[in-house]
Design a protein around this ligand. Structure first.
Ligand SMILES: Cc1ncc(COP(=O)(O)O)c(C=O)c1O
Length: 456
């Protein structure tokens, strides 16, 4: 069927303020051409992130009313812990206010000067936390994962030969091995169950803990069910459990595949590591039965975890991405294929070949999408990854624009509007010019740096 069946009815709506192109040109100029600097009221379709921006269900809102705000031992924590352990059977579940807080705690244990941490691809906050601790992060995704046109079904896979060589070379300096599912910074591409298991086996062979960044575990499991041999008839929760059964721990942002507006956790099996983590948590986030969250948040996440593994939801979610990708592809817009889990990634470097990477083709496209259609996406390229700790700047592996799709928030009509904006963009794209950065912070510059157009 051409129509995407959205498996929910809308019970409560949020109006969108409609702006004109001239208004948006001024608004983005006032924000120094950084889309993070816009007021969200000035955005028509906000695809900046899928993080915490999803629509909660009636059952989740109802669950928030059960939220118990006790400082210690709240029943909301125990419901949260039970919901996590049903899918991810770790011994210790440590709530945090979001994913990066779990990372900060993890790298307070595993980070530090001289430490080296491999992953398929570290997400930006993960890398930021690793580097802030004095350690280095390295990305060892398979070669197909860096080729936007490769049709490999699991482009988020770890390159196992590279990982083995890395572990042989860096042995003592490696405190843990990580894998991000799905691989957000590499196009939202999935990691196969076989690859997760093989990565875990390699980590174990070298005596290293294996940690999964599980932010989009349900989408990853859906792809395993669809694309991996022998997995098609299995239930999503069973696939999820298999993914985490081979890990020693996980970090999680509940703002993604737990339908939360806020929340996260760090889970670990090792008692000593968990004790260190809890001590850090008490100092920075809160007591271990709330970890910086209210009881209401813990309840919403517990209910969200039950809903996120529903197949009707996952089918609709992934189909939406496929639909946008098919339509953009037909227009000749280069997109990362096959469809990833939470976002559509446009290959700005190939679409705007007249703009070199150090003039930020991804940023150029993101700004043009906003000016033309009020759509807010996010550059994932040289702005995000091009600057090194020593201040050097080089082109990132790819210059992408990520259009992240909030969960259960927009409809197929919004997707059709997005396609129309790209139709118009295709007509004017050759006249776009790049940007230069006029101000930037030392770490994670993309959130706050300021730009100036190279031609007015
Ligand atoms: C793969 C991945 N890891 C970690 C994080 C950090 O989570 P949070 O935004 O909750 O701090 C994100 C957020 O986008 C992510 O996509």
């Amino acid at each position: 069927m051409k129509t995407i069946f959205e498996p929910f009815r809308i019970k409560s709506v949020e109006p969108i303020r409609v702006t004109t192109r001239d208004e948006r040109k001024k608004l983005i100029r006032d924000a120094h051409y950084n889309l993070f600097g816009l007021h969200s009221d000035d955005v028509l379709i906000d695809l900046l992130t899928d993080s915490g921006t999803g629509a909660m269900s009636a059952a989740q809102w109802a669950a928030t009313m059960r939220g118990d705000e006790s400082y210690a031992g709240s029943p909301s924590f125990y419901r949260f812990q039970k919901a996590v352990k049903r899918l991810m059977p770790f011994r210790h579940v440590i709530p945090t206010h979001q994913g990066r807080a779990a990372e900060a705690i993890l790298f307070s244990i595993f980070g530090g000067e001289g430490q080296k941490i491999p992953s398929n691809t570290h997400f930006d906050t993960t890398r930021g936390n690793i580097e802030a601790s004095g350690a280095e992060g390295h990305d060892l995704v398979i070669a197909e994962g860096k080729d936007p046109q490769s049709a490999h079904p699991f482009k988020g896979n770890m390159d196992l030969a590279l990982l083995e060589a890395y572990l042989l070379e860096n042995g003592d300096s490696v405190p843990c091995v990580m894998t991000t599912i799905t691989n957000n910074a590499g196009g939202g591409q999935p990691v196969s169950l076989a690859n997760i298991q093989a990565t875990a086996a390699l980590a174990r062979k070298f005596g290293k803990p294996f940690i999964i960044d599980g932010c989009r575990f349900a989408e990853n499991a859906w792809f395993i069910k669809q694309r991996e041999e022998g997995q098609g008839a299995r239930a999503i929760p069973d696939i999820v459990r298999d993914c985490f059964a081979v890990a020693d721990g996980m970090t999680m942002s509940a703002k993604k595949d737990a339908f939360g507006n806020i929340g996260g956790w760090l889970a670990l099996n090792d008692n000593d590591l968990a004790e260190q983590a809890r001590n850090h948590l008490i100092r920075t986030e809160g007591f271990p039965t709330y970890g910086g969250l209210s009881g209401r948040d813990l309840e919403a996440v517990a209910q969200g975890l039950a809903e996120i593994v529903e197949e009707d939801y996952l089918r609709y979610r992934i189909r939406t991405n496929e639909y946008i990708i098919e339509r953009l592809d037909a227009l000749g817009v280069p997109v990362v294929k096959p469809a990833g889990g939470h976002a559509v990634f446009v290959d700005a470097r190939s679409w705007l070949p007249h703009i070199p990477p150090l003039e930020y083709p991804g940023q150029t496209l993101a700004v043009a999408l906003y000016e033309l259609g009020g759509i807010r996406g996010c550059e994932i390229g040289t702005v995000m990854f091009g600057i090194h700790p020593d201040g050097r700047e080089t082109a990132a592996a790819m210059d992408l624009v990520r259009l992240a799709i909030p969960r259960r928030t927009y409809t197929q009509s919004h997707a059709d509007y997005l396609i129309e904006v790209f139709e118009e963009l295709a007509r004017i794209k050759d006249n776009l010019s790049g940007f230069r950065i006029t101000r930037q912070p030392r770490l994670m510059r993309h959130f706050t740096c300021q730009f100036e157009p190279l031609q007015a």
